[in-house]
Write a protein that binds this ligand. Structure first.
Ligand code: IVH
Length: 693
């Protein structure tokens, strides 16, 4: 049900005022009046309202401070000492050449120079100024001489201490790198996809885009982090801010760590260039295991006096260089563009490549994201293509090497599902094509894999190949069928293991493994409701939303019976998720499936503690319901009110705060009028519930 335009405009105004007020309390006065969660809810509601009513969007809305808007909001600041860049070294030879230059410049003859090797963080550089131990300013590098003052954004990064440990007097400037951890990057792009926004190409771009955002509230949600790697001593009254006695960079790093600054822990002192080279080789292989992108190793002379002797060019210090990891790109032939059918029916293209060896492994497939992406890059079967192994394990196709081979034609999404032949469809506002046949074997396969996965029902042993066999042999068509299987059936199930050349590739009975899987299936019946809600695979319902739904509605029945409006009253459940849960519940097939799962004895009740019983926003209010509501049942309305802390009474009295009058309201309405009790029609009632939640 859509609310009136006037109501929406009024609510948008109220929300903007409230958000501005709380931003000021939090960021300027450092004295918030509400919790972060409460604040987030306000901002979220405003974002949704504006998305639903684009004509209400105004340039001064707190939601509109996004990257790309004029950055007039950031003051330009001058760096007290220029932020230089680093010279590069590609390969061992160039590292040795760097070492030769250093030894010559330092005048140490053939003696080895001590270095510190650090991982080169692929983010954006930042200069942090602390005054008497308190974070006073954060600035971007800019052109090296002048950057942008981004203190408000920097303050939201939890890795950066607002106050240093110990008594650090005077002014200290610390330099480092702001970056987006890979997990946060993945989460951010997932969210952007749901919102229909284009994904960021890599964590570096995402971090840079985020830092330039004018809304610190938003920046704070993106999960940025930081490492610091340099202490710039700034004389204050003639005193150096450098730790007393520190003559080595390595000692400085230790001191910075002791002050509570984030220093990447894999740095290593090296007694000469051979050790540096070994470090670079080690990390070229190990870097993918880190939670952040690193594109090389920074090699720095450890002795600060030697550094001073070496000095800098206009661009780079002579005492440091950046070793770049070997290329993770290569070219090969794009043999075919095939498509894969996912659990929700999403059909996504992928590239079948002539095998190519890149940075440690052979690649024969790469993701192509979606049909639009293929069209934008104009990838055609038969093209020579540039392949890149990025931070993720999944390689991608960067672009075709033009010209296309003769006769190559633009690729088109097939008209029908490659697995079940149903026609593919695409919603107008979506980029994703879908197979809408819920009985499509590919969809069933992926749905079951999701259902059994660790974060859903956690059925150990029920993996891809076993599921494939169960479907192929007609034993399982949906989740409920899993619970019909018995131990004998599974023990005798004949499977062909995957590895084609091993001894074990002959078809064999599952035996004891089958019994274990049955035990796991049996055990999964007692899982908490949240796992089941997540497992059945309602679109847009991730682990967190599933847990929230379970906690609030307590039972599967409660979730499935809630109207979209009621779902929307649950904190953290937005309209997209609410509509999706409703759509799921409205499908009779889904309700039947849930009933069968219940019949099999699966737990349908939440074991998590109910939402905190703090006085709700409607505490102390007494409601009386009368007449028929068109959008929800009496029970649902009562549940929503009680969740918000209100009481629901059967008859109107002087104590009644509101009478909610649906269609055909009778004597209660008259009585309320006589007593001067405020009455609400259904529309006004919904408004009130939404405002209160
Ligand atoms: S030291 C004089 N150490 O790489 C420059 N820089 O390509 C001193 N970077 O602008 C920089 N990790 O933003 C240093 N461990 C590290 C680094 C690092 C990343 C960045 C930094 C610099 C850029 C040069």
């Amino acid at each position: 049900m859509s609310r009136g335009a006037d109501d929406a405009a009024a609510r948008v105004r109220d929300l903007r005022d409230a958000i501005r007020h709380h931003e000021e309390r939090y960021y300027i006065q450092n004295d918030p009046e509400i919790s972060d969660d409460e604040f987030d809810r306000l901002l979220h509601e405003l974002e949704q309202l504006e998305a639903d009513n684009p004509d209400l969007i105004a340039a001064d809305s707190p939601t509109q401070r996004v990257a790309g808007s004029p950055i007039e909001g950031f003051a330009t600041v001058e760096h007290l000492m220029p932020m230089l860049s680093l010279d590069n070294a590609y390969g061992e030879d160039e590292l040795r050449a760097f070492d030769d230059r250093v030894r010559k410049g330092a005048g140490v003859g053939s003696a080895a120079v001590g270095y510190v090797a650090e991982l080169k963080i692929d983010g954006l550089s930042i200069a942090l100024t602390y005054e008497d131990g308190r974070l006073a300013r954060g600035a971007t590098r800019g052109d090296g001489f002048r950057g942008e003052e981004v203190t408000a954004n920097v303050r939201t990064i939890r890795a950066i201490p607002l106050r240093l440990r110990g008594h650090v007097q005077g002014r200290v400037e610390v330099r480092g790198e702001v970056y987006l951890p890979r997990a946060a990057f993945a989460r951010m792009n997932q969210q952007r996809e749901v919102a229909g926004e284009p994904p960021f190409a890599n964590p570096r771009n995402a971090a840079a885009g985020t830092m330039r955002n004018l809304s610190p509230v938003l920046v704070s949600k993106r999960g940025l982090s930081a490492f610091t790697y340099q202490l710039v001593s700034l004389a204050s009254g003639g005193e150096s801010a450098e730790p007393p006695g520190a003559r080595l960079h390595s000692a400085t790093l230790t001191t910075m760590r002791a002050w509570g600054l984030p220093v990447e822990r894999h740095w290593q002192p090296c007694a000469g260039i051979d050790e540096v080279i070994a470090y670079c080789q080690t990390w070229a292989g190990k870097r993918l295991g880190l939670d952040f992108d690193t594109d090389g190793v920074v090699v720095k002379v450890d002795d600060l006096a030697v550094r001073e002797r070496l000095g800098s060019t206009a661009k780079f210090p002579r005492w440091a260089t950046a070793f770049k990891f070997p290329a993770r790109q290569g070219t090969t032939t794009l043999r075919r563009i095939a498509v894969n059918v996912g659990r929700t029916g999403a059909v996504t293209p992928y590239a079948v490549l002539d095998p190519i060896f890149l940075a440690g492994s052979t690649i024969s497939m790469a993701t192509l994201h979606n049909a639009e992406d293929v069209a934008r890059k104009d990838l055609r079967e038969g093209d020579r293509v540039l392949i890149e192994k990025g931070g993720d394990v999944i390689p991608k196709v960067v672009k075709p090497i033009l010209p296309h081979p003769e006769g190559a034609v633009a690729w088109q999404m097939p008209a029908a599902c490659p697995v079940c032949s149903s026609p593919l469809r695409r919603d107008e506002e979506e980029v994703v094509w879908r197979c809408e046949n819920t009985s499509c074997p590919a969809r069933i396969q992926r749905s079951l894999e999701h259902f059994a996965s660790r974060s859903a029902m956690n059925i150990e042993g029920l993996g891809e190949s076993l599921i494939e066999q169960l479907i192929a042999q007609g034993l399982v068509r949906d989740f409920a069928d899993l619970y019909k299987l018995d131990a004998t059936q599974l023990e005798n199930l004949v499977v062909t293991p995957r590895e084609p050349k091993s001894d074990r590739s002959r078809p064999r009975k599952l035996g004891k493994v089958g019994r274990n899987v049955i035990e796991q299936i049996e055990r999964s019946k007692t899982n908490d409701l949240s796992r089941l809600i997540y497992g059945v695979g309602i679109r847009h319902v991730g682990e967190k939303a599933a847990a929230t739904l379970a906690r609030h509605f307590r039972t599967m029945e409660g979730v499935l019976r809630a109207s979209a409006e009621m779902l929307h009253t649950v904190p953290e459940i937005g309209p997209v998720v609410a509509a999706s849960v409703r759509a799921f519940a409205d499908e009779s097939r889904n309700r039947e499936l849930v009933a069968r799962l219940q019949g099999e004895g699966l737990n349908m009740v939440s074991q998590a503690p109910p939402p905190t019983s703090q006085p709700g926003p409607l505490a102390g209010k007494v409601f009386v319901l009368t007449g028929t509501l068109s959008d929800m049942s009496r029970e649902q309305a009562t549940e929503a009110l009680e969740r918000l802390g209100a009481k629901v009474a059967g008859s109107v009295s002087k104590k009644t705060s509101y009478l909610v009058a649906g269609a055909d309201a009778g004597s209660k309405l008259e009585k309320a009028r006589a007593l001067g009790v405020e009455t609400l029609d259904e529309q006004a009632f919904l408004q009130l519930i939404i405002k209160a939640s």
